[in-house]
Write a protein that binds this ligand. Sequence first.
Ligand SMILES: *Cc1c(COP(=O)(O)O)cnc(C)c1O
Ligand code: SF4
Length: 434
Amino acid sequence: MKYQTYTLHNFRQIPQVSLLSQEEIRDIEVVGRVLPFKTNNYVVDQLIDWDHFQKDPMYILTFPQRGMLSEKDYHAVDRLLDDPDQEEELKQVVHQIRMSLNPHPAGQREHNMPELDGEKLPGLQHKYHETAVFFPSQGQTCHAYCTFCFRWPQFTGINEYKFAMKEGEKLVRYIQEHPEISDLLITGGDPMTMKSSIFARYIDALIEAKIPHLKTIRIGSKSLAFWPYRFTTDSDSAEMLAVFQRIVDAGINLAYMAHFNHYAELETEEVRKAVSAIRKTGAIIRTQSPILKHINDRSEVWSRMWKLQTQMGMIPYYMFVARDTGARNFFAVPLVKAHRLFRAAFSKVSGIGRTVRGPSMSANPGKVNVLGTTYIKGERYLALRFIQGRNPDWVGRPFFAKYNEEALWLDDLEPAFGEEEFFYEEELNQILQQ
Ligand SMILES: *Cc1c(COP(=O)(O)O)cnc(C)c1O
Ligand code: SF4
C-alpha cells in the first residue's frame, strides 16, 4: 500500500474533506496551527466512518477538533490566520497558547534522566528500577498523530528531539552497568516508524552484548492501529519481522505494546494480518490506551475492544488516565467515571481478558491505580494503590482519598480521614530533592 500522509498543508486534497462544511475546515486550520495534525490514507479510507464523521471516534482521533482550544484561544488564532502582515504576531500567539497548555506535565523527564560516566543521557528515562525507557532519535514521529497526544510538544517543534538519542553503544553500556534493569522499553513517537535497518542496529547491539539481566524488550507502538502495512506489505516489513524473530531466538521476551484506542482499529483485514505476522515471530502483543471523552468513554467500547484483542491473541494490559497537557480539557474523563467504565467493561470479559489494569495515572510519584469507590462507616472514599512507584516499597499498598467526582488526576485528590498528606509524600519530596 502506498503511504500518503496528510497534514495542515495538504489535508484539503483528501477526497472525503469535500463532506466538511467551511466552518469545519476552518476549525482544522485554526486548531491545527497550535496542536500537531497528521493523518494518513489508511486512517482516512479504512478507519473513519465518513457517513457520521462528526461523531466518529477515528475522525476525532486524528482530525483537530474545535473544542480542543478554549473559545478565547480559538478566536485569537482565527483573527490572525488570514492576514499575511500578521504572520509574526500569529507565531507569538501560537507559542503563548502552547506554553499555556502545560507542555511538560509532572516534570517527568528532568527528574528521571540517567547518567553514564557523569554525562546525562537525554534519550533514556529510568524512573522504575526494573525498566529503562529508550527514545531512539529516528523513531520520534508517528504514522498519524493522536489529537489527545501527551507528547504533542515534540511534534510541534517546541522540544524537537530534546529527549532522544542515537547512540546504541551508550544504551548497551547503561543497561550493562545497571543489573536491576530487566526490561528495556523502546518508545517514541513510534519506534516502528524507523527503517528496519536502523531499528536492527540498536537491537543487534543489544543481542550481541548478551546482557544476562536483560529479560524483556518492549516496543511501544501505534503502528498496528495507524499503519498495519508496516508488518505486511511495506518494503522492509519482512526485515522488521526478522529482527523480532532474532530477539525471540536470543531468549529475550519480546513484548509489542500496542496502542489501540477503539475496537474500530481492530476490525480491518490488514490489522488482522499484521497481528498474526507479529505473533508468528514469537512476540507477544499487549495492549494499552488512555480513556478519552469523545473517543472511548463508553464501557461497551472497552469490553468489545478487550474481547476482540483477546480473540486475536493479544493481552489487555493498561487503561490509562489522560495526562494534564495539550487538549486535555476536551478529552478528560473524571477518575470516578473512568473507574465506573473500567469496572463495567472488566466485569463483562472472562478472566483471560482481566489481565488489564486501570484506570492508571502515570503521576509524579508513580503509576497510581484507582481501585474504586468504597463506603467506610457510611462515608464515601476512593481507594487507590501504586502499580509502580519511585520507591518500589510503595507498590501494592492500598490508600484512601476523599471522594471527589470531579477529580481528574492525583493532584486533585485529598487524603482521607483528616490526614495532612498521602503516605508517600514526605519520601517523594526527599527523592525529588536528591
Ligand atoms: C509505565 C512506565 C514503565 C513501565 O511500567 P510497567 O508497570 O512495568 O508497565 C516504565 N517507565 C516509565 C517511566 C513508565 O511510565
Ligand atoms: S501514537 Fe502515541 S506518541 Fe504518537 S501521536 Fe499517538 S499518543 Fe502520541
